[in-house]
Design a protein. Structure first.
Length: 543
């Protein structure tokens, strides 16, 4: 190991190391079997190259949040074999999706050897470099865990893991689902906030929820088997396929939550019965809601299945708080120094600027729009960029202010509501061809998006979790520190969307980018931000 010096000798497609990159590789090559390391490395430090270099000793499986990162970064740049869900591959038998396969034993299918989905699965098993997304890894748990067991399992974007694990371990069932699948009636169950919920709690809500889940799982298993029997090679109706897929999804989700309750029977948010589900506008509806208040009891059992495990992100912040929330003990911590001095990557804020919260008034929103316009007008008009909001409504409001009050109508663009990230990025690329200096106002690009051409990034609001719901308030009561730590990581992730390559940093006195936090509420999470990020924060000096 010690004799290798150049990236090429580690199988990397570049001839020079980035600053601190080789040292990081050598540190990770010291990993012992069963060991877990948590690594914070700044954007642009070459994290993907670091973990790819480990393949000189052990096979590597990398997990990421988005298919875009999985495909472009891991597969496109470093040659990983990547795998998506069945719905992304064609079936050689019928030309539809591979997910429409009707064989219980797929190896009996005459076209099994030609199926692109199973071809790719076999390639994954035999590859030294494999890339999956978290959704697939968690859903295909038995297979993915077995493949990961002999590898270095890399969890990229690990700052997202607490929320991903909470989502995977949660279930909500509405009246329509209960009626459609013949599930048991919603019993009156609650764990916290009983007075607001309208009826008293019960002494053992987790046991009552587990009982309801078990009865529902049995009924869903019957429904799934029934639909599988109906959906055969001779009856490949698309509507029937959709029903089967929906039934399977609900069955597995119910089973996952039931398993999670066994892992930790406490620390749950449970609502069942009239008014259990919260709807927009303060309305409620009947249903069954079961969500963990913390990921600490569930993350390790779902994720730490590599022979060696590496969690990495540019924005971990407080290591102790982060690892406590994921229930990770006995780990090693690595904090990679930033190769870029703080003055080359300034993050501007407005001294005595507006605080954009629920109590913000019209004057404060207008002042924020004015300051955002001022910062954007201070840089070359040829620059494109993005303004990050925390909701569609907030994005529309800011868009209207910038367009109608501050003359930005010829540059502002927003994605179509309801479109996924990949489609939004395709539409944004088309918009930039039409208007190279366009400014996107969006509510969904806080993470998982590489803005390689854009030079402007404005965070219009600190991305606190929405506290209008009983669940979020219960999480805050359970651990306010975790709530603020999550917010700090989301803010840092957002601020890093446009600083992805060396050209994005200020050099030789030349400004090459603009990053601004336009909400003075960031002071509330100051103690949870990483020291590296705080070093770069400077007051806006004016145009």
């Amino acid at each position: 190991m010690g004799e290798r010096t150049s990236p090429r000798e580690y199988g990397l497609p570049h001839k020079d190391w980035r600053t601190h990159q080789h040292e990081s590789v050598l540190q990770l090559l010291e990993l012992e079997p069963g060991e877990t390391v948590v690594m914070e490395a700044p954007t642009g430090s070459g994290k993907t190259g670091v973990v790819t270099a480990l393949a000189v000793e052990w096979p590597v499986m990398a997990l990421s949040h988005t298919k875009m990162l999985q495909q472009t970064n891991y597969a496109g740049t470093y040659g990983y074999v990547h795998l998506f869900g069945k719905g992304n591959y064609a079936c050689p038998m019928n030309g539809g999706q591979a997910s429409m396969c009707s064989y219980d034993d797929v190896q009996k299918c005459p076209q099994y050897s030609a199926c692109p989905y199973y071809i790719r699965k076999r390639e994954i098993i035999n590859s030294k470099l494999a890339a999956l997304n978290y959704a697939y890894f968690l859903a295909a748990s038995q297979w993915s865990r077995s493949v990961a067991s002999g590898r270095v399992l890399v969890m990229d974007e690990c700052d997202l893991l607490p929320e991903l694990i909470l989502e995977h371990s949660s279930v909500t069932v509405d009246v329509a689902d209960r009626g459609k699948w013949g599930l048991p009636p919603f019993e009156r169950i609650t764990t916290r906030g009983s007075a607001a919920f309208g009826f008293p709690g019960i002494s053992q809500p987790e046991d009552a929820a587990a009982d309801w889940l078990e009865r529902s799982i049995l009924r869903m298993k019957i429904q799934v088997n029934k639909l599988k029997h109906q959906f055969t090679r001779h009856n490949r109706d698309m509507d029937l396929h959709k029903q089967k897929t929906a039934a399977e999804a609900l069955y597995y989700r119910l089973a996952a939550v039931r398993e999670s309750i066994d892992e930790s029977p406490k620390d749950w948010f449970i609502r069942s019965g009239p008014g259990a589900r919260e709807l927009p506008g303060g309305r409620t509806a009947s249903g069954f809601v079961c969500k963990p208040l913390t990921a600490r009891h569930h993350a390790a059992s779902r994720l730490l299945h590599g022979e060696r495990n590496v969690l990495m992100s540019a924005t971990i912040g407080d290591f102790g708080l982060f690892c406590e929330e994921l229930g990770i003990n006995g780990h090693r911590e690595i904090r990679v120094p930033n190769q870029w001095p703080a003055e080359t990557r300034p993050v501007y804020y407005f001294e005595d600027g507006p605080r954009i919260g629920r109590s913000a008034n019209e004057k404060e929103y207008d002042e924020q729009a004015r300051l955002i316009t001022e910062t954007i007008n201070s840089v070359p008009r040829t620059w494109s960029g993005a303004i990050l909001c925390t909701s569609k409504q907030a994005a529309i409001q800011l868009k209207n202010l910038l367009a109608e009050h501050y003359g930005m109508h010829d540059r502002i663009w927003s994605p179509r509501p309801g479109t996924g990230t990949d489609k939004q990025m395709d539409d944004w690329t088309a918009e930039k061809r039409r208007r190279p200096n366009a400014i996107a106002i969006t509510w969904s690009w806080w993470s998982g998006v590489d803005l390689l051409e854009e030079q402007i990034l404005v965070c219009a609001k600190v991305p606190f979790g929405y506290i209008g719901s009983d669940y979020t308030r219960a999480k805050m009561q359970y651990s306010g520190k975790v709530y603020l730590g999550d917010t700090a990581r989301r803010l840092q992730q957002g601020c890093g969307r446009t600083r992805r390559t060396p050209k994005d940093y200020d050099t030789n006195g030349k400004r090459n980018g603009l990053v601004v936090i336009a909400d003075e509420n960031w002071h509330r999470i100051r103690s949870y931000l990483s020291s590296d990020f705080l070093e770069a924060m400077v007051p806006w000096p004016g145009p």
